[in-house]
Structures are given as C-alpha cells and as structure tokens.
Design a binder for this molecule. Structure first.
Ligand code: A2P
Length: 273
C-alpha cells in the first residue's frame, strides 16, 4: 500500500492528478479543530454548483484512486463557501488524511448533491424538530441558516446529543451566530437548541430517545409532545440512533417522507467511517 501523502504533497497534487469531469476541484479556505475527534473546514464554492440546504455530496482528496465519502454540506445554500463538519478516524480511509488538511490544500467533490433531509420532503407543519447526534448536526447547521425553514415553520427545535460537552462546541457556535446572521437573524428567536451529553456531567444528560420517551424534554423546554398532526421531524445520526428514533416517531404515527412524496419525518445517516 502506498505511503500516505504529506499535506504539502497533496497540495501540489492538483497538477499531478487531474480532477475528474464528474467532480469539482476546490480549495480549503478554513480549518477549525474542536476535539481530537471533530473538526470543520470550509472550501471555495464553484460558481456553477447548486444544492438545497440539507443535502450531501461525495468528497475526496486528489489522488489516482480517490476514496469518496458522503458529507452533508453544513453551510446553507446561499453561502459563498461550502462548509463540512467531520469526525476524525485514526485509520479511516478518508478521514485519516482529511483531518490533516490545511488552508490552500485541494479537495474534490462530486458534482451531484443529493439527500432526503430537505424541506421539500416534508409536508407543511407548525414545528420542525431536527434530531441529531454527533456529526449528524451538520445538515441542520445548513438548514437552520436557511430562510426557507422559517418561512415554512413557526418554530424549530434542534436536539444535539454527544458524548461530552466539548463535542457540542460546533452546534453551540452555529446557534450563537444566528442572531447576527444577515438572512435569518430576525427569526433567531424561533429556534432552540436542546443539547445533551451522555458521558459527561451536564445540565441535560441522556440519549434523545430517553429524553423524549420520558417526557423530560417536553417538561423542561415547555413543549407539547411530538404530534404527527403539527410536528415534522428530521433525523440524522448513527445507524443505531436512526433506528431507535425512527421507531419512536413511527410509534407516534409519523409517516416517512421522500423528495418524491413528502411526509411527516425524514431520515439520513451521518456518514462516518
Ligand atoms: P452513548 O454515549 O450512550 O453511546 P457517537 O459519538 O458514538 O456517534 O455517539 C453520539 C451520541 O449518540 C452519544 O451521546 C451516544 O450516546 C448517542 N447514541 C448512540 N447510539 C444511540 C441510539 N441508538 N439512540 C440515541 N442516541 C444514541
């Protein structure tokens, strides 16, 4: 197996490896590390690239045979750069190298965005719940900054559950930026983040499934229990989390939606390796 390329070599590899026609070549313009497991980065946006907030693309590092992995775009569709929020896996086929990227490095992403965590896949409703764990917050970071979410829903509730408090830094940062956001700043009072931890002591502890089943979330945040008539739900997290939260909302009578047939909830895996 070939030795991993040093960052500088990768930056220079743009000429060595021509970007396939099916992908865009972009450049890293910002990188921020939060914990040994989590970081975010921003890349230049190709002018012709269009997507809907909540969708994902396949990204890869330049190379002869790039490893492509699905990443939710964490920036809204109107932003002039593209943001991604990623886990770091020590021997992850992509993240082992991706976690070492630096400003100026090249990144490729496939031209076709896709995904079900889009507003179009939901029927009209009053309150939108976005339920996430870990890097599953990424698509919601895009949607919560999209004015369309506030046109379609009166209130937005985002739940984000992580192992410890440091892993909630990104979601808290995104939420704190909303008040000054030029497009959604006026609506920032209509969105709430319910953040919980499972392994470190914090004000709200427990998996979201447990917090919903016990009713604690409704009591503490003065919310009516999930109700398929007026609430809509988007779910993003690990496979196990999706299974459990899907089971929970289905038991409450929610029907799954898709682009072709909008429904009361939609699900997407947070793509980690
Ligand atoms: P826990 O600490 O009890 O495993 P990870 O970092 O492993 O992706 O997990 C992110 C968060 O998702 C953790 O707080 C974890 O809780 C929680 N989680 C893991 N599995 C489930 C599940 N099946 N349902 C709800 N939450 C889950």
């Amino acid at each position: 197996m070939a030795e991993p390329m040093a960052t500088q070599d990768r930056a220079n590899s743009v000429e060595e490896f021509p970007c396939p026609d099916s992908a865009y070549a972009t450049e890293i313009i910002a990188v921020e590390h939060y914990t040994p497991r989590l970081f975010r980065f921003r890349v230049t946006r190709p002018p012709s690239f269009r997507f809907r907030s909540g969708e994902f693309v396949m990204i890869g590092l330049p190379g002869e045979k790039p490893v492509w992995r699905a990443y939710s775009i964490a920036s809204p569709s109107w932003d002039d750069a593209l943001e991604f929020y990623s886990i770091k896996v020590a021997d992850g086929p992509l993240t082992e190298y991706l976690q070492k990227i630096q400003i100026g490095d090249a990144l490729w992403f496939r031209k076709k965005p896709t995904g079900t965590l889009v507003l179009d896949a939901l029927l009209p409703g009053k309150r939108l719940w976005m339920i996430s764990t870990g890097t599953g917050f990424a698509p919601f970071a895009a949607l919560v900054r999209d004015p369309e979410a506030y046109e379609k829903f009166e209130e937005i509730i985002i739940t984000h559950t992580c192992r410890d408090l440091a892993e909630l830094t990104y979601s808290k940062q995104v939420m704190a930026s909303l008040a000054d956001d030029p497009l959604v700043g006026e609506s920032a009072g209509r969105v709430r983040l319910i953040a919980s931890t499972t392994r470190e002591e914090s004000a709200l502890m427990g998996r979201v499934t447990k917090l919903l089943e016990s009713g604690r979330v409704y009591e503490e945040f003065d919310l009516p229990p999930l109700n398929a008539a007026q609430d809509r739900v988007m779910i993003c997290g690990s496979m196990a989390m999706l299974k459990d939260v899907r089971g929970l909302v289905e038991s409450l009578g929610f029907d799954e939606g898709a682009n072709s047939k909008p429904g009361q909830f939609v699900v997407e895996r947070a793509f980690v390796d």
